[in-house]
Design a protein around this ligand. Structure first.
Ligand code: FAD
Ligand code: DLZ
Ligand code: SF4
Length: 520
């Protein structure tokens, strides 16, 4: 190794061989620094499987880099002089390697980026902070797109990304099939006896077993089951997981994207977000594979367009939205939601069968699929007026794919409308009817979805009207909601009062979460 090498810190969500800080570097002049640090593992009390996934993926990635000839300085959580923070570990690494420069890719999260931006003043050597070009849309490109727009409509952004990538575009610049979006074909309710193929699970190897033991010992008070652990943690495993999706599930991904079946935790979803977000899978490559599946006649356009839209549309848009609205997004609470998160979000102990199943899946797998996160868990938090901080902490802690840049806009702006509508044109509020239509949950629920208020009524029904009533001033002029208030106004006063009394009784019955689940 040359003296005064370049130091390249790689964070837990930067596990990409072609990372900007590694491109063009020579192996005999570079020390890669990877750090397991207490700060990151505990800034919220992440689900045990999430910590296993990230530490194991980091350790495997370090091994992969070493096999390819790179020098990797890997700091384990249990190393005697572990400082507990990224900055502390960079200080130690500077003492060990005396680098002439540090090259680091910008952090995904605002909190970490703030720390990195202090490095140039803190350290004697040069610090170069590089753009994360694993995203298609740079910060400045997003800002330019957003400038002067009254509303940041995702669909318009998505079309730009289609044009930029050429994905599903004809030679004369038109969207494949004539339409940009085939969501109208993607709202099939579940059928009886659906049997989606199993998602591949991966047997923990020696490295993963060691991490499982560490997490069991150090993070025993964190939420969630530690085992069985089956997430992909290496490049080979993530490729196998992607292969299985393109071979077995993409065909039905579109139609059943919004369907929910009790006990079926994956449906036809790709289950690739954990691998994409930590950097092991390239999102654009996945979109190209999806496009190929369509061109080869192996998957219909509605499924393929839907999958591509989630990635080059939603995922990119959410990331742009996060950086545009931080740090304010974290404290936004435009609906003045003040209730504490109920304890059952942590224990799963509720008679509401839909919520109990989504929380069970979350506890067992560190995962719930999109419509569960949006229309069951999220819809509940919106209608019940749970304060945004509690909801943010919960989502950030419990999902293996959760990093603040992607969790926060989805939680604060998409489900809670806490930003007042910069992202969503109206709140995603729904009564029990929606859940009944799109799932098999209600059939065996203790509550009756057809009962509108009073004893035994599905709580979503009165909560829905309670929400509409208490936010009338803000929402009445929204043209997508106005009709709902006409219905409310036509109800007789006693019926309205029944709804409000039932909702208040339900809200009063909720036990707030005990302290210490998400943060010490
Ligand atoms: P699929 O359904 O197969 O979708 C394919 C890919 O599209 C996903 O892997 C993901 O990369 C991308 N995608 C889809 N929807 C979104 C979206 N709304 N925002 C960003 N990317 C999207 N996703 C996360 O990756 N991390 C989170 O912390 C996260 N928190 C969420 C919180 C809420 C309240 C909601 C409503 C959604 C959240 N999502 C989050 C988005 C989505 O639910 C997950 O990406 C998805 O469930 C992951 O499973 P999958 O890989 O099987 O996705
Ligand atoms: C989520 C996470 C956890 C639990 N632990 C670590 C860690 O010890 N070391 C690390 O480099 N990254 C970890 N991560 C992911 C980081 O939180 C993520 O890379 C940053 O938040 C990105 O800004
Ligand atoms: Fe959920 Fe209501 Fe259906 Fe029960 S009846 S499963 S609470 S929507």
């Amino acid at each position: 190794m040359a003296s005064n090498p370049i130091l390249v810190p790689i964070l837990g969500d930067q596990l990409t061989r072609t990372l900007a800080s590694l491109r063009g570097r020579t192996k005999d002049d570079t020390v890669i620094l990877m750090m397991e640090v207490w700060d990151e593992a505990t800034y919220v009390k992440h689900h045990k499987q999430k910590i296993v996934l990230i530490f194991s993926a980091m350790r495997h990635f370090a091994e992969e880099l070493r096999s390819a000839g790179w020098t990797v300085d890997y700091i384990k959580l249990t190393d005697a002089d572990n400082s507990g923070s990224f900055t502390g570990e960079v200080v130690h690494a500077i003492e060990r390697h005396d680098p002439r420069e540090i090259h680091v890719v910008e952090a995904g999260e605002w909190r970490v980026q703030q720390a990195i931006e202090e490095w140039p003043d803190k350290f004697a050597c040069e610090v170069e902070i590089l753009a994360d070009d694993r995203f298609l849309c740079s910060h400045s490109e997003f800002e330019e797109w957003a400038e002067d727009r009254k509303h940041l409509t995702m669909e318009h952004f998505y079309r730009e990304m289609r044009r930029k990538t050429g994905l599903l575009m004809t030679d004369d610049g038109k969207p494949e099939g004539g339409d940009w979006n085939y969501d109208k074909d993607n709202r099939e309710p579940p059928k009886d006896k659906m049997n989606p193929p199993d998602v591949p699970r991966f047997e923990p190897d020696g490295i993963t077993r060691e991490v499982i033991e560490l997490v069991g010992e150090k993070f025993s008070d964190h939420f969630g089951e530690l085992e069985p652990f089956g997430w992909p943690v290496t490049s080979d495993e993530t490729e196998k997981a992607a292969d299985a999706f393109f071979k077995e599930r993409i065909e039905k991904f579109g139609p059943y994207q919004d369907a929910m079946v009790h006990g079926s935790d994956d449906m036809y979803h790709s289950m690739l977000s954990t691998s994409i977000n930590c950097g092991l899978l390239d999102p654009l490559e996945l979109c190209k594979r999806a496009e190929k599946a369509y061109k080869d006649g192996k998957a219909p356009l509605n499924s393929v367009e839907g999958f591509i839209r989630q990635i080059i549309g939603w995922r990119e848009y959410i990331r742009g939205f996060y950086w545009l609205h931080m740090p304010g997004l974290e404290s936004d609470n435009k609906l003045n939601a003040q209730h504490a998160l109920p304890e059952f979000f942590w224990t799963g102990e509720t008679d509401m069968r839909c919520l109990a199943d989504c929380i069970r899946s979350t506890r067992e797998n560190a995962h719930a699929h999109h419509i569960q996160r949006l229309m069951v868990l999220g819809n509940f938090c919106l209608l019940a007026g749970i304060n945004p901080r509690d909801v943010q902490d919960w989502y950030l802690a419990v999902y293996a794919d959760a990093y603040q840049w992607v969790e926060l806009p989805n939680v604060s702006a998409m489900i809670l409308y806490a930003d007042g509508g910069n992202l969503a044109t109206k709140p995603y509020a729904a009564s029990g009817n929606y859940i009944n239509k799109m799932s098999d949950y209600c059939k065996e629920c203790e509550y009756s979805v057809s009962k509108k208020s009073g004893e035994g009524a599905c709580p979503f029904n009165p909560l829905y009207w309670h929400f509409m009533d208490r936010h009338r001033d803000r929402l009445k002029s929204n043209h997508r909601i106005g009709r709902i208030y006409s219905n409310w106004d036509r109800m007789d006063a006693a019926k309205k009062q029944d709804y409000l009394d039932s909702a208040n009784a339900f809200l009063d019955s909720l036990e707030p979460a005990g302290k210490g689940w998400a943060r010490d």
